[in-house]
Design a protein around this ligand. Sequence first.
Ligand code: ZN
Length: 355
Amino acid sequence: MATPKSAQLQSPVDRNLQNVVLGDLLFQPWNQSIYPEDLVAKDTERLYVCRWCFRYTCDADIFDQHRKACEHRTTPPGTKVYDHGGYAVWEVDGQDYKLFGQNLSLFAKLFLDHKTVFFDVATFLYYILTFTDPDDHESYHVLGFFSKEKLSWDANNLACILIFPPYQHKQLGKLLMGVSYKLSGWDSNGGPIGGPEKPLSELGHKSYVRFWAERIARFLLRGKPTNSSLDPVQQKPNSTPKGSRKRPPRETMTVEELGLGTGMLTEDVITALKSMGLFDPQATPKKRKSNRTGSGEDPTPPGQTVTIQKSDVWDWAQAHHLVWEDPVCESGFEGLWPPVIASEEESHRDALEED
Ligand SMILES: [Zn+2]
């Protein structure tokens, strides 16, 4: 069979699956498929995947029949937790929807190279991002998802994240990252501060660093992101007085304070500040050591003070075209989050009383 031209443009990866059809969209996998070998054998030309439930087949007729009868055709599984501007996020419990979780994982693995796909889906929650065309309420598109361990000892608020290739470069990853932070509950009830599971892929790292940097810049320049009790730099009482000479004064915060204000882990705050060129531990106002030239080490442990100059944050924001609006709309969350199941609440209360 002749090789299609498009395949010649791809890097010469030995893919066992050449193309995947998600709903009406045809595109190429990035990685080896781990679909069952009796179905996706070597050099399978095309695999059809349902865009609602992620069931799969190589048979176009079976696929057509399924599309008309899919049980999730009009409504995604799970519970809607966010809805704004046509975009919605649904929480799907892997325990309740095992087949859905497994099929979603198989599909995602075509585009995630370093993460192990966990088939023990019962221990995960899946948050799927959907878009419903306002002119077509009959059905919806799943654009991507993130998964989260139900019980994470490392306070990970996210395990895997993927925006499907046809929908990438639309800032949708930031929307899901924002939702993951919101759901970790730090801002509403002082819940744990969390972050994504490490190590991140190269692409994941790049995306997160940008997301964190923007989150910090918004916090420092505008306040928020939500009900933080911490004043942002610009609201400090002794910030730049009118008519001050030359440069505005440096403002000081600790990395931990920045973490508390943004719901981020201190290690992630440091990573973001470094990427912004704002991590300047040697320029602490009280003891600046001029004889120390830049060494590779980071002498500032998380609790120590870093100095941040507001004008530098402004410069960064302008140079990087910071979008001022938070990627997540606060009013888009449905109900109270994080959800507290009555029995959990009681057992938590019992635990407290025992103390
Ligand atoms: Zn289906």
